[in-house]
Design a protein around this ligand. Structure first.
Ligand SMILES: O=C(O)CCC(=O)C(=O)O
Length: 265
């Protein structure tokens, strides 16, 4: 399970990295399995119906660090929105435009997650996924960010084999050009929650000041004014995740939700 500070970090950054958590035997099998392809499943299929016991995806989501993170973020028995194998071919010449995966999904109180699994080491040349920390709560339409080639504070993924990255569905990202000599494999599964996303993690540190510290994180690409809106949006999400309607940072949400109903005497 994640701690409250780790959850707050996810709410601020929009992603979580789990480096080299998948065992070698699975990573070694994965390239053949991903090359052969994993059959599509209808939207909303439960994990247990989508993938047979012992299959690569079933074993992947059962890795303790992965299972704990998924439970903390979307709860038990999430459903599969869709899944896909993403191969970046060596020397393919271009990067994927930067995008978020949803055009109209701006839910302030719930989110899907996208699990990205890299069975092989990803080096700087190898077409890792570019992600823009802190972009997930910014209202944009899918690939309208595609004109941006580089953004200050961007995170170009390099990682050891067996790494899993879990993204909030709104996070801006895109596969980079593969200038290496090998195919880059990534297996993605998008999960929809089936329960209210509230206090699903290890909450023992809920009152720790580290939570608010994480939620205050600034990123170098934020504008002075709109950047503050990101803190406001994080507070709204944190309130939804905890059920604590008094939580705030510098009274941002308290002010804009203040609509007294008491009539003046
Ligand atoms: O291949 C990648 O690194 C990114 C793929 C992607 O953008 C996606 O799955 O939405």
């Amino acid at each position: 399970m994640l701690t409250s500070a780790q959850m707050a970090r996810f709410v601020a950054h929009g992603f979580l990295r789990l480096d080299a958590v998948v065992p070698d035997d699975l990573n070694e099998r994965a390239v053949d399995v991903l090359t052969a392809g994993i059959p599509a499943v209808p939207y909303g299929t439960p994990v247990a119906e989508a993938f047979p016991e012992g299959s690569l995806p079933r074993r992947l989501v059962a890795v303790p660090e992965v299972a704990g993170a998924l439970h903390s973020l979307v709860g038990p028995e999430p459903r599969i929105d869709h899944h896909a194998v993403h191969v970046r071919e060596p020397g393919q010449g271009s990067a994927q435009p930067l995008h978020g995966d949803a055009i109209i999904d701006v839910r302030p109180d719930a989110f899907d997650v996208q699990l990205m699994y890299y069975p092989r080491e990803v080096t700087l040349a190898a077409g890792g996924t570019l992600i823009v920390p802190g972009s997930h709560l910014r209202r944009t339409n899918e690939s309208d960010t595609g004109r941006y080639q580089n953004i200050r504070g961007q995170h170009r993924l390099t990682c050891p084999a067996g790494t899993v990255v879990i993204l909030h569905h709104g996070l801006w990202h895109g596969g980079r050009r593969n200038d290496g000599g090998e195919r880059r494999y990534m297996f993605k599964i998008r999960f929809n929650p089936t329960v209210r996303q509230r206090l699903l993690w290890d909450t023992r540190d809920l009152a720790d000041p580290a939570v608010a510290e994480e939620l205050r994180t600034q990123f170098p690409w934020y504008e002075q004014a709109t950047g503050r809106l990101e803190l406001h949006n994080r507070v709204r999400l944190w309130r939804a995740l905890t059920g604590d309607d008094t939580f705030d940072l510098d009274h941002w949400v308290t002010r804009v939700t203040n609509r007294p109903t008491r009539a003046a005497a």
